[in-house]
Ligand binder design. Structure first.
Ligand SMILES: O=c1ccn([C@@H]2O[C@H](COP(=O)(O)OP(=O)(O)O[C@H]3O[C@H](CO)[C@@H](O)[C@H](O)[C@H]3O)[C@@H](O)[C@H]2O)c(=O)[nH]1
Ligand SMILES: [Mn+2]
Length: 760
């Protein structure tokens, strides 16, 4: 791969741009010093308090916030980003020297992840600007759905006209459902030929769409001919391996289609299948024995390639670094299409922008689970300076690592020993189906290193972070690449219950990483994870833990108002300025940060409040999940996020105002949120009634602290959507059951507080 990279005359393929960060650093330091002052004040003023409990609880929460702030500052301290120049690539290397890439698409449910979405992802990837004879696309179907297989066959047929069309007219958006939806249509060419072909293509896509739609409505998508026979008795969680080579580029011509292969790994209730990580490992092995490309791209089924040059951008990184060590994987951002205006659920990850640029100057991007190119040998567990060692790895050791398949071991040796992309003895996938079936079996991994030392790591529902940290822990660096236009676009969850499920899974999975043997601190001590990078991993792993101090802090003001105690300095004390300054500076700073990214004030507020709401609901459940798992009381499941198709399937414009409204199901996750809201409302009401009974201004001050009331109002504003939910109808209303439960608990808390406050 590094054929001509050393040539000092040619301009670089990628460049690291350092971003000046002086002002943000100064502001962050000011906030830090205020936080520390507050802690000091709390300790000094402790003895003067009438009530110790709220004061101590506040001290605990604020200590955590300060610690968290230090982690954040560390992450953002140096800012940089990498820019790529794909047009320069062709001066460096010939197309025939480009490395092969095996593309992995995963799907797990043909209802939650409608086939047509997956197929559009497939089409966009088959049509990328890259020699087709260097590519193989593997679709992993964890649902073992004949519909998916049928759709893939039909899609591949359509691809035979779609791909040449895209390349001929240099179409920019190569997922047809995105290409054909805009009104007026995207026209890349004015010519009559183009217009005609465009119409024909739209028509053909319409036919494909209908075929899939009709097939989806039938119990079995088509006649049970020989190809589909295997699906007849297959149950999604109990069936033999199914591998079908749907299309093969036998001659290896660059202008044909890449290989297309369908895989449904063996499932059996006796064997744990490890969800997505398990699917990825099967993909790695099957592609290993079939095509064994040195690079692998993995995308979730909804993440279509929005920028046809994305492979070239990735190559700029792989070719562009002198040391392989600097580029174990190239991560592209996860961006979403048709995201709701102003991000009402606070999920579009914009606020992570500065974090991402910050870690770019350490060991590089986190692996995000999708949109990432990996070196195969890195996934196979090698370390940066291993290249020579692996040449003479003995067979027994290989057996223990990679399993009993001879083809697998041979391919692994090849993958581990080459630093060069050249693929000797080109094979075609259909010649290795048997070997592939063997390595996709559900007992294949027993006694091997899969999921422990090699492949995608098991033990967390955030297999991405777990796998990424183990790579960084071996001393590799990675890169983040943000070309224009956005390289991949996918579906963000479109309803609030879906958001909750996703947030809970992330928080759970991240904390699982902390509790695993890939703990960031352990990897710093025993491995090669750099200390500062480990701190950033800690920040992300602790998402779930953050829920505890946050929820305590959110009920504190209510507690104080109800029990007539204090957790903030009195307004008459100069110390009152400290928390006030923290609040004002932090809010303005956050606003300024996102404003620089072109985000509206409304969106800033949504990110802010949903940050609080998600932490106190979904992340709190994530925390409990992990506690229960550690106690051995529960097991994790990977709940797939539904991919919404309303925005494109029928061409109707979604009504943003309605889509942004919160909907509720019976999920218990919102209970802590409703309780928090209810106790704060109770506090405000009881505060108000206290106010009515008091006359003059001085007395009014004596009744309750202004700071506490302000905080209570703030929490209520954060939960405004829940407040609406209490009175909403139908799906927009919080179910009665949830309201009663939360109401009962809130009442219980308030009574308990009233009675017990005299003791603390
Ligand atoms: O048993 C399973 C479960 C999931 N998947 C696939 O995993 C992908 C991600 O699932 P999704 O429900 O879309 O999760 P998200 O929360 O959107 O995904 C983010 O978070 C996950 C970790 O929690 C990562 O695996 C993903 O790559 C990352 O995009 C999808 O393609 C699924 O088909 C499987 O193949 N098998
Ligand atoms: Mn997803």
């Amino acid at each position: 791969m590094d054929t001509k990279t050393q040539g000092s005359v040619s301009p670089p393929l990628q460049e690291n741009l350092v971003i000046n960060n002086t002002i943000p650093r100064a502001i962050e330091l000011v906030i830090l010093s205020l936080l520390i002052s507050l802690l000091v004040y709390r300790i000094v003023a402790f003895k003067d308090q009438d009530h110790y409990f709220p004061w101590l609880l506040a001290l605990f929460c604020e200590s955590w916030f300060t610690f968290n702030w230090i982690l954040v500052m560390n992450a953002k301290w140096f800012q940089s980003m990498t820019k790529t120049y794909p047009e320069r690539l062709f001066d460096r290397a010939n197309e025939s020297e480009f490395p092969e890439v095996d593309i992995f698409v995963t799907t797990a449910d043909s209802i939650l992840e409608p086939s047509i979405i997956t197929m559009n992802t497939v089409l966009s990837l088959l049509a990328v600007d890259y020699p087709a004879n260097k590519l193989a696309l593997y679709l992993s179907d964890d649902a073992c759905s004949p519909l998916t297989f049928y759709s893939l066959i039909e899609t591949t047929k359509f691809a035979k006209i779609w791909v040449p069309f895209c390349k001929k007219y240099n179409v920019q958006v190569r997922a047809p459902y995105r290409y054909f939806t805009p009104d007026p249509p995207l026209m890349d060419d004015e010519s009559l030929d183009f217009q005609q072909e465009w119409k024909q293509m739209k028509n053909e896509y319409g036919i494909l769409y209908k075929k899939i739609k009709i097939a989806a409505q039938r119990t079995f998508p088509c006649d049970r001919d020989s190809d589909f026979g295997v699906f007849a008795n297959a149950h999604r969680s109990n069936h033999p391996t199914i591998i079908k080579v749907v299309s093969e580029n036998k001659e290896g011509t660059p202008n044909e289609l890449p290989h297309v292969i369908y895989i449904s790994r063996e499932k059996n209730s006796k064997h744990h299948h490890h969800y997505k990580a398990g699917a990825m490992n099967v993909l790695a092995r099957v592609s290993g024995v079939m095509t064994n490309a040195p690079l692998m791209l993995n995308v979730d089924c909804d993440m279509y390639a929005n920028n046809p040059q994305v492979f070239l951008h990735a190559m700029c990184m792989f070719f562009g670094f002198k040391n392989e060590e600097d580029c174990a994987f190239v991560q592209f951002p996860q961006a979403f299409y048709d995201g709701l205006k102003d991000d009402p659920f606070g999920i579009q990850l914009v606020n992570l922008f500065y974090m991402v640029n910050g870690i770019a100057s350490m060991q590089g991007a986190f692996y995000g689970g999708s949109n990432c190119f990996h070196r195969r040998k890195v996934i196979y567990g090698s370390s940066p300076n291993d290249a020579i060692k692996t040449g003479n790895t003995d067979n027994e050791c290989l057996h223990k690592m990679f399993g009993k398949s001879i083809e697998m071991r041979e391919s692994a040796v090849q993958a581990l020993s080459r630093s060069n992309a050249k693929m000797e003895n080109r094979r075609i996938p259909s010649s290795s189906v048997e070997a592939a079936i063997q390595v996709a079996g559900c007992s294949y991994e027993y006694g091997t290193a899969w999921g422990k030392q090699i492949g995608w790591m098991y033990g967390s529902t955030a297999e991405d972070i777990l796998t990424g940290i183990s790579i960084h822990g071996r001393g590799w660096k990675s890169v983040f690449c943000v070309p224009e236009p956005a390289p991949f676009l996918g579906c963000a969850p479109m309803t609030y219950p879906a958001v909750l499920i996703q947030q809970k899974r992330w928080a759970t999975g991240l904390l699982e990483v902390f509790c695993s043997n890939k703990n960031p601190l352990l990897l710093t001590i025993n491995g090669k994870l750099r200390f500062r990078h480990a701190l950033v991993y800690m920040w992300i792993c602790f998402w779930a833990v953050r829920s505890v101090p946050e929820i305590c802090y959110a009920v504190l003001p209510a507690y104080c108002i109800i029990t007539n105690s204090r957790f903030l300095p009195k307004i008459s004390e100069p110390a009152f300025l400290i928390p006030m300054a923290i609040f004002v500076i932090y809010s303005l700073y956050g606003l300024w940060e996102v404003k620089r990214l072109g985000v509206s004030v409304r969106m800033w507020w949504n990110i802010q409040r949903m940050g609080r709401v998600n932490t106190m609901t979904a992340w709190l459940f994530g925390y409990w999940n992990v506690v229960l798992k550690v106690l051995g009381l529960s097991q994790m499941v990977f709940e797939v996020t539904p991919k919404d198709q309303s925005s494109w399937s029928n061409g109707d414009d979604i009504d943003d105002a309605n889509a942004a409204r919160f909907t509720y199901d019976g999920s218990p996750m919102i209970v802590p949120g409703v309780i928090t809201l209810l106790v704060n409302l109770t506090a405000l009401v009881s505060g108000l009634s206290g106010l009515v009974n008091v006359g003059s201004r001085e007395n009014w001050m004596a009744v309750f602290g202004l700071g506490e009331v302000f905080c209570s109002v703030y929490v209520t504003l954060c939960f405004w959507e829940y407040l609406k939910g209490l009175f909403g109808n139908g799906k927009y209303g919080i179910p009665f059951g949830t309201i009663w439960k939360s109401g009962g608990l809130a009442l219980l808390f308030v009574q308990l507080w009233r009675r017990s406050s005299q003791w603390f």
